[in-house]
Design a protein around this ligand. Sequence first.
Ligand code: C2E
Ligand code: CA
Ligand code: CA
Ligand code: CA
Length: 275
Amino acid sequence: AKAAGRHCVRFFEMEMDAQARMQHVLEIDLRNALARGELDVHYQVIVDVGTRMPCGVEALVRWQHPVFGPLSPDRFIPIAEDTGMIIAIGEWILRRACTDAMAWPAHIKVAVNLSPVQFRDPGLVPTVRAILATAGLPPSRLEIEITESVLLQKNAVITGMLTELAGLGINIVLDDFGVGYSSLSYLRQFPFSKIKIDRGFVSEMTQRTDCATIVSAVTGLAHALDMQTTAEGVETWEQFRLVQAAGCSQAQGYLFSKPQPADRIDFSRRGNGER
Ligand code: C2E
Ligand code: CA
Ligand code: CA
Ligand code: CA
């Protein structure tokens, strides 16, 4: 039994080594990914709950690794954050999204995720301003999605940056509401234009009525504070009906569309159940 235990420990160490090696390989490869054109931005449609017509998209980065194939952002964004590469990568994503959006109807907004690490860059606001100007995109068409982890730093500098971005006319969106601490006090800390209600809540709404109650309450509060709400991860019509009943302004999820390349989005197509 003792020998077996030792084997287990040994195996665990080997696994650790393999994982660490893999991280290391990905880190090196990520350094070249931008230059080699392996990164791409896909877009997922966001629909207006009332009309079920597209009103915006969320930009989601993709990495086509030459050996491992497509890698989820959850695999490489943390590496990009740890190494600081997220500054250059995030800038590239923002530029791509703003440029791509110029080809879309003027009522379509484009949402871009910004990492907390990007807010440690004092050049962030000037960079965003320059990218908008170069692309020619009106700031009102850009949404910047941040998670509460940006606000956790409880830093006057960050609030200042958010205020400056909002001052440019950019919409600031609180992402993943309902996971982590998601204290309602965040809603006071900064005037968000929108709250995105996390997929976890939406998927539980169909099983648990208290979840549906919470979503209605959050939506009511948000609207009272002049903020819109988007329900994330809507996969079924049952979920869509609950999201609609809860009063959410917008919905996003596989029910309407998966993230896809810029040239494949159909903005004239209504999300409808008759299929
Ligand atoms: P997120 O910002 O919460 O993005 C939503 C995620 O949910 C996306 O995963 C999207 O593909 C997925 N999703 C959308 N609808 C559905 C649905 O109906 N069902 C299910 N099961 N999933 C759905 P993705 O693209 O893998 O991105 C994961 C996370 O990686 C994002 O979560 C975000 O935190 C981060 N990320 C993605 N792109 C970027 C980026 O350009 N910059 C930064 N900083 N982070 C990004
Ligand atoms: Ca997001
Ligand atoms: Ca989210
Ligand atoms: Ca998320």
